[in-house]
Design a protein around this ligand. Structure first.
Ligand SMILES: Cc1cc2nc3c(=O)[nH]c(=O)nc-3n(C[C@H](O)[C@H](O)[C@H](O)COP(=O)(O)OP(=O)(O)OC[C@H]3O[C@@H](n4cnc5c(N)ncnc54)[C@H](O)[C@@H]3O)c2cc1C
Length: 495
């Protein structure tokens, strides 16, 4: 008999909903805590900048049993994703499990000596403690703004300038008739630059440190999901844990792989005109592909061509009155400075001693299957990782995690096995694939299939691949197929 547990789910975004459903359907008593007034996480409306849109096509950004509506566009807008997440919560009656406006302030091992954790919770002025047998951390990678300041910022603001984090740009009225500078190389930076250019900004400069490879929604006229998400493509990147034979085969195919990626680079350079704007990346694309490779914001290259966005390579040195001085000496007159500099990765409510077990000195995270740390019992992470198909990834990990918590994985790993695997992954990231160190090593892209294969094998799925080997090699991770694979795992009930 599997004990029915009291399970805390921290966070009510994509991952919190997936975790709450997975634990609830196995019979556990789930209590979810979301500090905001609404579900949705990054897609919650008051946190989204105008025109925010998914990078993933809609059938790569959905739960296995709940496709996005037919009438949604291929790349849905933020409010559509938000409505979709609400419809998922409604379908599985998940709202009953959550307390909104409730923040987890801190957590520690249970004082009564039982396995599990005590959470310190805060709702308005009410602060209280609750004990849980297991905690599923679902607070993602985008919960705490990365706040940076530059010398002279106070004087810039005193002179009437505005400085804001990208998530605070919520209304184009904020930049009407303003000289806008957007700092950052990510998609949010280019999304905001394009939005500002299209909505009456007097001028828009986009400042970034280094050019990076950007993938348009259509590569050579083909939806990128049909080209770049395939297992056949994924196998060309240097994945972890290769056997001697796999390494030998990789050597044999190296020239073909090299030619494939040079072809892709040529296509991107020609299609986007990267040379013309001086934004040809220096790193070969196959070495760079990870969660940091953005999708091209629709309208970006059109705006560069029209001169409504001016791109400048560099970064801020200081503000001088209403001028932003870059480290290369360039000066840009500005009224509004939008810092698209991302988020601080972390689990601030975990005790320091636990953080030390979780995070290496160089910021790399120690998590097995991107889900658990053997030195932190009775807890796990869902969606702590980034990927190119985060919703499916969160659902896969949530289903793995509940089985792990219940000792029901077909292959339940020992602490030693987990530690060895973590060390192997750290070594791979540091020495074989530096791009995989992005976001504390918590990015599963471009290795979605490999990660899902491991999770399904651990869960004992009878079906892990499509019956047609060609379809398996040349199609993207399809939510319906993964729904079937999950259904083929041994099922059980707690309690
Ligand atoms: C603009 C943007 C576009 C994106 N587009 C894509 C895409 O196209 N494809 C893709 O795969 N991924 C995309 N992502 C990544 C995205 O983060 C994930 O897809 C997904 O939404 C993450 O969900 P999550 O639940 O893990 O985290 P979040 O959405 O960040 O949710 C975490 C939740 O935890 C809550 N929380 C945090 N701390 C506490 C606390 N102490 N107590 C209680 N609650 C707390 C937060 O309020 C939040 O609601 C995008 C991200 C952004 C920012």
């Amino acid at each position: 008999m599997i004990k029915r547990k009291r399970v805390a789910v921290i966070g009510g975004g994509v991952s919190g909903l997936a975790a709450a459903k997975a634990f609830d359907e196995r019979g556990h008593r789930v209590l979810g805590f979301e500090r905001s007034h609404d579900f949705g996480g990054v897609w919650e409306l008051s946190r989204s900048y105008p025109d925010v849109q998914t990078q993933s096509p809609k059938d790569l950004y959905c739960y296995t049993d709940h496709p996005m509506p037919e009438d949604y566009p291929e790349w849905p807008k933020g409010p559509q994703v938000h409505a979709y997440l609400h419809s998922y919560a409604q379908k599985h009656d998940l709202a009953r499990l959550f307390r909104l406006n409730t923040c987890v302030k801190s957590m520690g091992r249970r004082a009564d000596g039982q396995p599990g954790w005590t959470l310190v919770l805060e709702a308005g002025s009410h602060i209280w403690e609750e004990d849980f047998d297991f905690v599923s951390v679902c607070t993602g990678q985008f919960s705490d703004k990365n706040i940076i300041t530059h010398p002279g910022q106070d004087a810039f603001v005193a002179a009437g300038g505005d400085v804001m984090h990208s998530s605070e740009y919520t209304d184009p009225a904020m930049i009407k008739d303003k000289r806008v500078v957007v700092l950052g190389g990510s998609k949010s930076a280019t999304d905001i630059a394009v939005n500002a250019a299209n909505n009456g900004a007097r001028s828009v400069h986009w400042v970034y440190l280094e050019p990076v490879w950007r993938v348009p929604y259509f590569v050579g006229g083909i939806n990128f999901k049909r080209l770049l998400y395939m297992r056949a493509q994924e196998q060309q990147f240097n994945a972890w844990g290769k056997t001697g034979l796999q390494r030998a085969v990789a050597m044999l195919f190296k020239p073909l792989v090299w030619a494939n990626f040079r072809g892709l680079e040529t296509l991107l350079k020609t299609q986007l005109g990267l040379k013309k704007y001086g934004i040809v990346p220096k790193t070969p694309i196959e070495k760079e592909v990870s969660c940091s490779v953005p999708i091209v914001t629709p309208g970006l290259f059109e705006a560069l061509k029209a001169g409504t966005i001016m791109n400048v390579q560099g970064t801020y040195d200081r503000y001088d009155g209403k001028t932003i001085v870059l480290t290369n000496g360039d000066k840009i007159e500005a009224d509004t400075s939008i810092l698209a500099v991302g988020w601080k990765l972390g689990v601030p409510y975990l005790p320091q001693s636990a953080q030390e077990k979780l995070i290496e000195d160089d910021g790399q995270y120690r998590v097995y299957r991107l889900a658990v740390n053997p030195d932190l019992p009775d807890m796990g992470f869902v969606g702590f990782n980034s990927s190119f198909c985060t919703v499916l990834s969160a659902e896969m990990i949530a289903n793995w995690l509940v089985r792990y918590a219940d000792g029901q994985l077909q292959h339940q790993p020992t602490a030693d096995e987990m530690t060895q695997s973590i060390e192997m992954m750290l070594n791979w990231r540091r020495n074989e694939r530096p791009a995989a160190q992005i976001y504390g090593g918590l990015c599963s892209a471009p290795f979605h299939f490999k990660h899902f294969d491991e999770l399904l094998a651990d869960m004992g799925a009878r079906k892990r691949k499509r019956s047609n080997p060609l379809a398996e090699q040349f199609s993207y991770p399809n939510h319906r197929a993964y729904g079937e694979f999950l259904a083929s795992c041994p099922q059980y009930q707690a309690g």
